[in-house]
Design a protein around this ligand. Sequence first.
Ligand code: SAM
Length: 331
Amino acid sequence: MNMLIDPFNRHITYLRVSVTDHCNLRCLYCREEDHKIFTKRSEVLSFEEIERIVRIFSELGVKKVRLTGGEPLLRKGILYLTKLLGEIPGLQDIALSTNAHLLSSFAPALKKHGVNQVNVSLDSLDDRRFRDITRGGDLTTTVKGIDAAIESGMKPVKLNMVVMRGVNDDEIEAMVEFSIHRGIDIRFIETMPVGFAGIESVNHHYSEQEILDRIYKKYGDRLMNATRNKTDGPAKALFIRGTNTNLATISAVSNNFCNDCNRVRLTTKGDLILCLGQEDSVSLRDAVRSSMSDDEMKEIIINAINKKPEKHFFDSVIDNISHRQMVEIGG
Ligand code: SAM
């Protein structure tokens, strides 16, 4: 039974866990060029603390957990965490969001531990442009990581492309072809005004409607609504007939899709963020470091879910969220 039902009757089944604030890239829309991390080691949840929180969430009804960051594969000993999470009985899906720079060596072990889904950030198929957007990333390494994930049997493997006008919007169709060729999924994401870099990136806003117009123009007669899983969130999904590729748009700015929100986020420091576009959060770190029982922790989590805001306001309350950096929350 799901005990995590918020006041708007949304069932929370999905927890995203940021395991590190550190990243080996500095994507234009995510992080300022000179962004520094000041998090102290003592502030960061240990693997055992993360495992306990995730287990308690799963006992309350969460079915899916996603490891994100920063770059989650940079966290030393990450395979120990995935092993611990893989042993939690109630979890159906363990997913990973990654830039794939380290994925080719990790993929087989991750899959063995139960990490069954992966989202890879990929914003361009042009070497130089990729390097510019990520401020130093290497396209060939990322593609190797994607191929290793496919080979390991993770499914779905999804690409996340943040579409930016005048930066990479001319690559929408090429990215779909790349995905069809590999039999994987792709999601087109509108720039979101989270953190200073995110607010800047909204100057390159390319709307969901423009993305869909392009997709329908090229694939219109082959597009069908995709079947969705219970733990799928607000992304709108389409299936391209004759391929193994689903494509979706995530339009946090054009649309307020919060009715379908099924997720909360845990930061590296143990703050439970109830909405990406609102200030509300509850610290779970003190609780997990105290002598509190699991039942007492459950009460704190249920009370927090009762405070989940109805919706985000990316169009009007930008000042509210500007101090939060996407690299610290995990997207
Ligand atoms: N390092 C991992 C990666 O590259 O996927 C995980 C962390 S990254 C913050 C997760 C996702 O956040 C990225 O795929 C990117 O799409 C998204 N993201 C970051 N900043 C964003 C922004 N301003 N607007 C839209 N999406 C953003």
